[in-house]
Design a protein around this ligand. Structure first.
Ligand code: UD1
Ligand code: UDP
Length: 388
């Protein structure tokens, strides 16, 4: 009998990560003559955390993710309200049919809601991108990761650092048993985002007209993305970041695909004179959130990336582009250790110094994120776990 998995998506990066596993499930084999799809069936539920087409539906279409079987239409709200609504509605889905396991991605409110709902119903949770830690307990994502990891039956860690973090929390050899009588497993799986970047970068140039539309020359522009709440909602930090971006825009073009949270907060938190300067600066090119093919093309052709995004930081590394990290710390410490990223926080001077230090520098980008086949490894482990 096929095992039934429920995959929970909700925010943009989860749709992207889910694409890798769904693709592998449809196309790859468990063993000779046995396809994953002979052994596993996937249902997808979208919580509705992200709902604009350019944050959600466009990615489902572009990345070939099967249409979700249900959308829970939770939408935006405070953390408590959003997570509670998701947990309640995911629970209803889980009670409406039989599921052998729930697959969760990353660290958003959709992730933690899925872990709570499934865990309490004694359905095994499989967490993809487990073990990431910023050690900053004021980040909502850090709380989500910790809770989800502790409730999960298999923790798929993308890097050795993530495995080490789980070991420090006692999750690698914990005596705890789940309702199915099994103990938690920690698996070094590689990174499904690396799978995706390798797969889609083969075709992104054919599908994207971004470089042409914005009249960009390779390695002569900076790509910036900003969406973390501690940057968008803190006027001092937001002003420092935009002041730095405007300074850099005097030297080369800066392309900024604007997350809806940032779009909403710029007029509220940016000083009027800076807002005015931003609106009149032709070299600071503010565009709507990009599709995946477009962002890949921007990441690989930019001279440098400036970001507070986890995913964009990593993809820049995959495409051998240096990154200035607009956060006080990063979970992806390997990027900094390799000399490919500098943590500049939201400090204008540090941002400009990091830009000067990294721009045009010869950097070695070692293969740190797996072999591009993390999804296959993950599916095999899930099948073995469910048939044990
Ligand atoms: C969420 C995740 C974050 C992840 C990010 C990816 C949590 C706690 N945060 O942050 O970890 O890095 O997604 O992009 O889960 N909005 C829209 N349209 C949309 C979605 C959001 O306008 O389709 C606006 C709303 O004003 C909303 C705000 O963006 O209040 C924030 O959205 P939310 O999903 O709460 O958090 P993100 O900042 O997107
Ligand atoms: N991304 C995208 N278009 C954009 C900005 C980001 O497709 O305009 C992709 C990016 O390539 C990466 C993912 O979204 O795969 C990262 O998501 P995000 O920055 O929203 O969240 P985080 O990774 O920080 O959780």
């Amino acid at each position: 009998m096929k095992k039934r998995l429920l995959t929970i998506i909700g925010a943009r990066p989860q749709i992207i990560k889910a694409a890798a596993l769904s693709r592998s499930l449809r196309n790859d084999s468990y063993s000779e003559g046995v396809r994953f799809s002979d052994l596993l069936e996937e249902c997808i539920v979208h919580t509705g955390q992200h709902y604009d087409d350019n944050m959600s539906a466009d990615f489902i279409r572009e990345l070939g993710v099967p249409d979700p079987d249900a959308n829970l239409h939770v939408g935006s709200a405070t953390h408590g309200e959003q997570t509670a609504k998701m947990t309640q509605r995911i629970e209803e889905v889980l009670l409406s049919a039989h599921y052998d396991g729930v697959v969760l991605y990353g660290d958003t409110n959709s992730t933690v809601a899925g872990a709570l709902a499934a865990g309490k119903l004694h359905i095994p949770v499989f967490h993809v991108e487990a073990g990431l830690r910023s050690f900053n307990m004021s980040m909502p994502e850090e709380l989500n990761r910790i809770v989800c990891d502790h409730l999960s039956s298999i923790l798929f860690a993308p890097t050795q650092t993530a495995v080490d973090n789980l070991r420090h929390e006692g999750l690698c050899d914990s005596p705890a048993k789940f309702a199915d009588g099994k103990q938690r497993q920690v698996v070094l799986s590689g990174d499904v985002m690396y799978d995706n970047s390798m797969y889609f970068s083969q075709i992104s140039a054919q599908h994207s007209t971004m470089m042409h539309d914005l009249q960009l020359m390779p390695k002569q522009f900076v790509l910036a993305t900003i969406h973390r709440d501690n940057n968008t909602d803190d006027p001092e930090r937001l002003n420092a970041i935009f002041s730095a971006l405007l300074n850099i825009a005097q030297q080369e073009k800066v392309v900024l695909p604007l997350h809806p949270r940032t779009r909403k907060m710029l007029p509220v938190n940016l000083k009027p004179e800076l807002l005015n300067e931003m609106n009149n600066c032709k070299q600071l090119m503010i565009v709507p959130p990009c599709g995946f093919f477009d962002i890949i093309e921007l990441e690989r052709h930019s001279s440098l990336v400036m970001t507070d995004s986890g995913g964009v930081q990593k993809e820049a590394f995959f495409f051998e582009t240096p990154t200035v990290i607009l956060r006080p710390e990063t979970e992806w410490v390997e990027i900094v250790q390799a000399g490919a990223g500098i943590i500049a926080d939201a400090d204008e001077e540090r941002i400009l110094n990091a830009y000067r230090q990294l721009r045009g520098k010869e950097i070695h980008f070692p293969p740190l994120f797996g072999n591009g086949h993390a999804a296959q490894h993950i599916l095999k482990c899930i099948i073995d776990y469910l048939n044990k």
